[in-house]
Design a protein around this ligand. Structure first.
Ligand code: GTP
Ligand code: MG
Length: 136
C-alpha cells in the first residue's frame, strides 16, 4: 500500500481548515490511517526539512512550522495528494487545489505532502512510529 504523509501546517490549524482539508482527501477516496495533533518540536522540524537547510528562508520555515499545533494525517497515494495540494507558491496553485483556494503566501501555504513514496514511508515512520508496519 502506498502511503503519503500529509501535514496541516500551523496556519491551517489556526484558520480552522483542518476539517476542510481532511474532507478533501476523504472525498477524493483516500483512506485516513492516522491522525495526530501536536506542536512540532524544533529538532523534528529541522530533520523534516533538512534538504532546505542551506536556503535563506530556512530559519523562518522552522519558526513557522513550530509556531503552533500541527495536525498530521496519514493517507494514500503521493502524487495525487500533491495535485490536491497544488503548487508551493499559492499564487501559482490552480483554483480547486488546497493552496489555490485557501492560501496566498509561500511562507503560509497551509499544508505539506510527501514528495515521493520513499519519503512518505520515511515521514510516516518519523511521525507515526509503528503505523507503516500496521498498514502494510
Ligand atoms: P512542502 O510540502 O511543505 O514540503 O512544500 P513543497 O514540497 O511544495 O515545497 P518545498 O519542499 O520546496 O518547500 C518546503 C516549504 O518551505 C514550502 O512549502 C514553504 O512553506 C517553504 N518555502 C519554500 N520556498 C520558500 C520561500 O521562498 N520563502 C519562504 N518564506 N518559505 C518558503
Ligand atoms: Mg517538499
Amino acid at each position: 500500500v502506498e502511503q503519503t504523509y500529509i501535514m496541516i501546517k500551523p496556519d491551517g490549524v489556526q484558520r480552522g481548515l483542518v476539517g476542510e482539508i481532511i474532507s478533501r482527501f476523504e472525498r477524493k477516496g483516500f483512506k485516513l490511517t492516522g491522525l495526530k495533533l501536536f506542536q512540532c518540536p524544533k529538532e523534528l522540524a529541522e530533520e523534516h526539512y533538512k534538504d532546505l537547510q542551506s536556503k535563506p528562508f530556512f530559519p523562518k520555515l522552522i519558526d513557522y512550522i513550530t509556531s503552533g499545533p500541527v495536525a498530521w494525517e496519514g493517507v494514500g497515494v503521493v502524487a495525487s495528494a500533491r495535485k490536491l495540494i497544488g503548487a508551493t507558491n499559492p499564487l501559482n496553485a490552480e483554483p480547486g487545489t488546497i493552496r489555490g483556494d485557501l492560501a496566498v503566501q509561500t511562507g503560509r501555504n497551509v499544508v505539506h505532502g510527501s514528495d515521493s513514496p520513499d519519503n512518505g514511508k520515511r515521514e510516516i515512520g518519523e511521525f507515526f512510529p509503528g503505523l507503516a508496519q500496521v498498514v502494510e
